[in-house]
Structures are given as structure tokens and as C-alpha cells.
Design a protein around this ligand. Sequence first.
Ligand code: FES
Length: 194
Amino acid sequence: MTDDVDRNRRHFLTVATAVTGGAGLVLASIPFLSSLKPSARAQALGAPVEVPVSSLEPGAMVRVIWRGKLVYVVRRDKEMLARLSQTTDLLRDPDSAVVEQQPEYAVNEYRSVRPEFLVIEGSCTHLGCAPLPQFQVGPTDDWFGGFFCPCHGSRFDLAGRVYKGVPAPTNLRVPPYRFVRDDVIMIGADTGVA
Ligand code: FES
């Protein structure tokens, strides 16, 4: 059994590495925005961080630092949202039953306030490494896009839900957040969720 898990992990790693190496242009063409950096004062206070999302393309992700933590904001397109239902049977906690991993308003199929936007901490729940976004389908039959943590092989789907049989015990954590406008997300404050 352990051998099977190790073998599967090795296979995924090998194929993922090969695909990443062979398709660098494809990955580079994903319109990731560069990291957004809050002001020094906001960082010092651990204050909420506002993230403008109007220029975030569907299928793209932006990295934000809030209270010293890495947070990913992903604008999921329709196809990415449709793929979420394909992972359900592969997941350890598909219904977000572990309550401390997300605010109550993120206990839903999309783990988000609005399906289009995923806001999630970029910290693997195994040992805290930053999982890599791999939004494309494949390279294995059971990969419908999500986040892959290469150090120990943990895998998460496009809602940050952890796969079965990997070292990470729980889904990625959703931080408190809210929409202050249609195109601005505030991370770190969730009163008055829109
Ligand atoms: S820290 Fe992610 S799998 Fe170990």
C-alpha cells in the first residue's frame, strides 16, 4: 500500500516535472500577476490587505502577503469551476468538514464567497511549503488542476481541497476576507461579507 502511494507519487512527480520542463512556455503564458506588496505600515500592523482584482484574467492567480503569510487569489474561469465536481471522490475532505480550515461562509462547493474567486493561504498543511499552482488537466488521469506541493507530494484541487493518500492532513486554509467592492477583495477582515 505504502509502496503504491510512493510509486504513484513518484510517477506524478516525474510526469509533472517532465511536463513542467517541456511546457515552460505554456506555464509562463498563464497570466500570473506579480506579487502584490502591502504598505510597510500595513505589514507592520498586520492590517487587512486590499487586493484589486479587475485586471486579474480568468485562469490567473496573484500572490499576496498578509500578516507575513502567503495568500493566493485565483480567478477561476467557468471550466475550472466545472472541474471541481470531478475531484470529489478523490478528496479527503470534499465538504470542508474540518471547521478551522475556513470561515463558515467558505463552507460550500467552491470554498469561497463568490465562485469565481478563490482566496486561499499558500501554505501546505503538511509542513508549510508553498504549493505550486498547476491549473492544467493532467499529467495523470486523476489531475483536474489545482496545487501541487513538490517537497512531499501533497496535492490539492482548484478549491484547495486535499487529495486522499498524500501527507497533508487537511484542506488549504481559507483566510477571512470580504469584497469591499465588486472588484476589490479585502483579506484579513470579513465583517459585512458581500
Ligand atoms: S510541505 Fe507540502 S507535502 Fe510536505
